[in-house]
Design a protein around this ligand. Structure first.
Ligand code: PNS
Length: 177
């Protein structure tokens, strides 16, 4: 019974650099399963990011403003400490393909041990239409002014192109006769 109560709060951690439609798919589905869903941006100073932590939090807040049980913030240090502060006993992660599995299983098992068995990870299989998507491929496509409209929300695409010094719309492909 107490276990059921604990499952009411979940945390979905990630870099979200940038937030993709694959992340949004996981957020919508997890928010439907748990009373409260925290979406927490990892503040990892070692990476050289496209968006600052504050920008990513602002983007996530805008993207989730119509989902009342979602709260967005950022964290540094260990995820299990952050989850503990929030009284969250479930970590949400999306699984796109078997290639994600090794890495994700290792993190899940480490977090389980670090939390002395208190925190479990729930994997949501990414919906098929987003299975190919990754933040790094979105960054790469946008850096060459390619079309990312099928990968991210329109307002996010706009901000990504701005980061790379492009106008809102990607350059039209040239057609050679
Ligand atoms: O979106 P990402 O970059 O794949 O997310 C990775 C994340 C944030 C889940 C992971 O790097 C993380 O939890 N980092 C915090 C440090 C931590 O708790 N490490 C212990 C588990 S290996």
């Amino acid at each position: 019974m107490s276990r059921m109560k604990k499952m009411n709060i979940a945390i979905y951690p990630g870099s979200f650099d940038p937030l993709t439609l694959g992340h949004m798919d996981v957020i919508h589905r997890a928010a439907a399963m748990f009373n409260t869903l925290y979406v927490s941006v990892l503040n990892n100073k070692e990476k050289s990011p496209l968006f600052s932590i504050a920008e990513r939090v602002t983007i996530l807040k805008e993207a989730t403003k119509d989902i009342p049980n979602v709260s967005v913030d950022s964290f540094s240090g260990l995820l299990v400490h952050n989850a503990h502060e929030k009284d969250a006993h479930i970590i949400i992660r999306g699984l796109r393909a078997i290639t994600d599995f090794d890495y994700e299983l290792q993190i899940a098992q480490t977090n389980k041990i670090l939390s002395k068995g208190e925190i479990d990870t729930v994997f949501l299989s990414t919906s098929l239409e987003y299975a190919y998507l990754s933040s790094s491929s979105v960054r790469q496509i946008a850096s060459f002014n390619g079309d990312i409209s099928m990968c991210v929300l329109p307002f996010v695409a706009e901000q990504i192109y701005q980061k790379y010094g492009f106008s809102k719309k990607p350059v039209e492909e040239e057609h050679h006769e």
